[in-house]
Design a protein around this ligand. Sequence first.
Ligand SMILES: [Zn+2]
Ligand SMILES: [Zn+2]
Length: 294
Amino acid sequence: MTSVSSDASGISQIIENAIEQNPHAGELLRAFKPVIVRQRQLAKAAMLMPADYSRVDKEKLKAGIPIIRQADFLDEADDIKQIILPLAEALKEGMPAVTEGIDRFCTLAQEGKIVLTDYFKTPEEGQASAVDKWGADLKLSPSNAAFLMSLAGRVILEQRRNEAVAALGAFDWEKGYCPICGDFPSIALIEEEGGTRFLHCSSCGQDWRFTRVCCPYCEKDSRQGMDYFYVENKTQESAFICDECKKYLVTLYRVGHILPRDMDVSAIALVHLDMIMQDKGYEPMTVCAWNVLG
Ligand SMILES: [Zn+2]
Ligand SMILES: [Zn+2]
């Protein structure tokens, strides 16, 4: 496991650099800046009780079972309000249009009318039903609630990632989805020297080496028909395209020493590639707050 991302310190400066270099994504980056900065601070502060990784089996990891399916990431006793409420403030700062809906959500959470952990109890299917139930019972905007909860999910998963990596040390992982949380990558990075491909998970922040010559999503052998889409005059940014599953993966090339970068920030800065690929009928490997384009 090698980290290609920066840590919490300096994230503000990295976002400012990205705005300067990607003016087309400036508005989006500015909107997400307060949230990203706060997420990193909260994840570092380790707001939750440490989880137990003693049952995590490295053989199961090698077989492709991510850590989230081998350990409990959230305890009933964990108070996730202490993550949600500061994140709500950051969200309102970057995206003032959601203020009313988010304030209503936070009031209900503080009054105990929303059981926040319900959202994370059953991954995926559970999340949609929890948000729909809140929406129906409490006359709450499901999209605002889902957005805030997904941002909180990153903080929870990033803390668990940090703990798990410290507890387990190195382990083998050969899948195209994340070894920590099981989500698919939001962006990839290829080192020009040696050609190593790293995948990045924006759900938990994990980076992992992916040496197999296949599509990270459907595992189709990509030696033939491996395709990268480039925008004219931009040789360091591309999108990997798979014609089997019709997914794309935004991909960056790293040449020698460059400014410190953060893969989540880079993924947002390259949103123009999402627009182009979705316009061509491809889907992202994972849905992120910034790449769902209507
Ligand atoms: Zn992950
Ligand atoms: Zn594929």
